[in-house]
Write a protein that binds this ligand. Structure first.
Ligand code: CAA
Length: 258
């Protein structure tokens, strides 16, 4: 597969994937999700690649979310399908890979961007990183596993606060919440991710894949299916039309609650 929206390279046992749509703040459109699936699958099957580092291109964003302009005219069924397909191809796929994925979060990780980091096995960030699940400000809910994985990582109380207020947290707060395990200056981010990768490289790949499966097995919930259903339902509301239109028109949304 020829990639248009991602860059990949392989070096000293590490597979690098960079999401490369900097003008759209690396927002995840359908094609980018398909390319990421293909690259991750290829690295997962490559015995020379024992750790993957995933990052965003530029100095501003890891990923600013799912591509709002692509889905704003979808109906309920298309919305449901978007979430289900995205979870299958990327978010559940990453979480259940045998090869560990380190998200090197180099700026905004919002909506689907934070969800991608949350599905990764380890998250390291630069000091300028900002995280949030702002979907309710668009009239929709997180649809790529965020309602489940954020609560699993930060606890239900903090997840409720973050999702219902739609507010962003800075890197330091996200570190305190356990979203990140390390926060470093942007210029040291990739080196720090490589250092963590080199510690993993010393260990048994087979045991690592068993450990990932064992840890994940305690976290499967019915909530992932419920999230897809409710994400789809949100697409039939007037609030969703208003929220996404307001984003594109760069104005504040006026929600009617319908
Ligand atoms: N989708 C599509 N385009 C996006 C985008 C997104 N999620 N985020 C940013 N962009 C685009 C902007 O529209 C803009 O494009 P134009 O230059 O063509 O107008 C470009 O990227 C640069 O963005 P801004 O001018 O907005 O940059 P800023 O510095 O003023 O603001 C920001 C940065 C706060 C991250 C702001 O871009 C923003 O709020 N983005 C949207 C964040 C968001 O709501 N994400 C959740 C998406 S929904 C989702 O992810 C659903 C799901 O769970 C499945």
């Amino acid at each position: 597969m020829e990639y248009q929206n991602i860059l990949t390279k392989k070096e000293s046992g590490i597979g690098y994937i960079t999401i490369n749509r900097p003008k759209q703040l690396n927002a995840l459109n359908k094609q980018t999700i398909e390319e990421l699936h293909s690259a991750l699958k290829k690295f997962n099957n490559d015995t020379e690649v024992r750790v993957i580092i995933l990052t965003g291109s530029g100095e501003k964003a890891f990923v600013a979310g799912a591509d709002i302009k692509e889905f704003m005219n979808f109906n309920s069924e298309q919305g449901r399908e978007l979430a289900a397909k995205g979870q299958e191809l990327l978010f559940d796929f990453v979480e259940n890979m045998e090869t560990p994925v380190i998200a090197a979060v180099n700026g905004f990780a919002l909506g689907g961007g934070l969800e991608l980091a949350l599905a990764s096995h380890i998250r390291i960030a630069s000091e300028n990183a900002k995280v949030g699940l702002p979907e309710v400000s668009l009239g929709v809910i997180p649809g790529y596993g965020g309602t489940q994985r954020l609560a699993q990582i930060v606890g239900k109380g903090r997840a409720m606060e973050m999702i219902l207020t739609a507010e962003m947290k800075d890197a330091e707060t996200a570190l305190e919440y356990g979203i990140f395990t390390q926060v470093v200056p942007l210029e040291n981010l990739m080196e720090t991710a490589r250092k963590t990768a080199s510690k993993i490289l010393k260990n048994s790949p087979k045991a690592i894949s068993f450990a990932i499966q064992a840890i994940n097995s305690g976290f499967y919930t019915k909530g992932f299916v419920k999230e897809i259903e409710l994400f789809g339902q949100a697409f039939s509301t007037e609030d969703f039309k208003e929220g996404t239109t307001a984003f594109v028109e760069r104005r504040k949304a006026e929600f009617s609650g319908k």
